[in-house]
Design a protein around this ligand. Sequence first.
Ligand SMILES: *Cc1c(COP(=O)(O)O)cnc(C)c1O
Length: 401
Amino acid sequence: METQTQFFRDTWAEINLDHLYENVKNIKGHIPDDVNVFAVVKANAYGHGDVQTSLTALAAGAHGLAVAFLDEAISLRRGGIAAPILVLGATRPKDVKIASQLDISLTVFHKEWLVEAEKQLSKEDHLRLHIKCDTGMGRIGVRTSEELKSIEGYIHSHPKFELQGIFTHFATADELNDDYLEEQLRRFEYMLQQLESLPAYIHSSNSAATLRKTNTLFNAVRVGIAMYGLTPSIEMKPELPFPLKEVFSLHSRLIHTKELEAGEKVSYGATYEASESEWIGTIPIGYADGWLRKLQGQDVLVDGKRVPIVGRICMDQCMVRLPESRPIGTRVTLIGKQVEAAITMDEIAQKLDTINYEIPCIISTRVPRIYIRNGEATEVSNKLLSTGMDSQRENNAPFDE
Ligand SMILES: *Cc1c(COP(=O)(O)O)cnc(C)c1O
């Protein structure tokens, strides 16, 4: 694996695109052929890397992509992606021009937004829109049929706009009790009945609903977490219709080892004390990488065995207790598999009192991502050493004010 020119620290995340491909294929196989999959790649594809993830999901049969913000959609277009892209969150009306120029579909839920957006567009511009319905998530969306009808009417009477889709989002799809979900579904179906005509895309399901339900699929689904090989909740893990394969793993190497005598201390606060003669290894990852201080005491894998992190986690480094002397350069796996042993995203989430979604998102961009395709490391994305905006500005005129 010759990637030495692309990062210069012994800590990296491996993004297994073969697993991602398989997860998307399995999701496709689980739902009817005429249901389109929108791969949800917001937040840099949940920390996995937006462009690489998107290309793999599309190759595996995803129809389009969904992100939270317009900036994320622009980043994908700049990455050369031509597939349909939907921005799920709010976009400011003053920013609609670039969305129209890059053929990015936006979400609408205010009539006034349309009035403002219309002023930004010239006659020949075309903007595709999805109406968001709030059926019980209480986040964004229209809540009444009056609002819905006035938005639909405005779109239909202004040819710059195209009503491309309508959607809602479930608050409890990852819980096994379906009462609240069914209530949301009834409200969404009522809203659909209020429309003069149905748009091309009707969608309500996230990963959990896509995997668990058959009556929520309509003709499109928005799948995020399952594509990354993670279960939407611990509760529904036993109900998964096929095994999900984790895409993200996190690795480092021993950069220093030493033998401490009983009574010698480790790290800030000198809170850890060797109780006997102990081998201590240092790895170059810390809380600035998203390996948070609360992970003190968490196990990592060395030579296929669990060993604990000891002492406080520093900004850039932390220490582990080794069963014996190990050479510098020995691989340390913080999330992922070594031989028979595994540390899952769910284990780390549990240790941090949170959900698995948060973990790859908080592993910071200081950690380079290595992409695995056909079992081989093919590409490194290192945000620290990437050229940034300047070189890209020239060929993207829409940024000029
Ligand atoms: C993030 C998001 C999704 C994807 O949810 P998963 O649980 O990751 O599948 C779908 N729809 C909307 C509106 C979202 O914000």
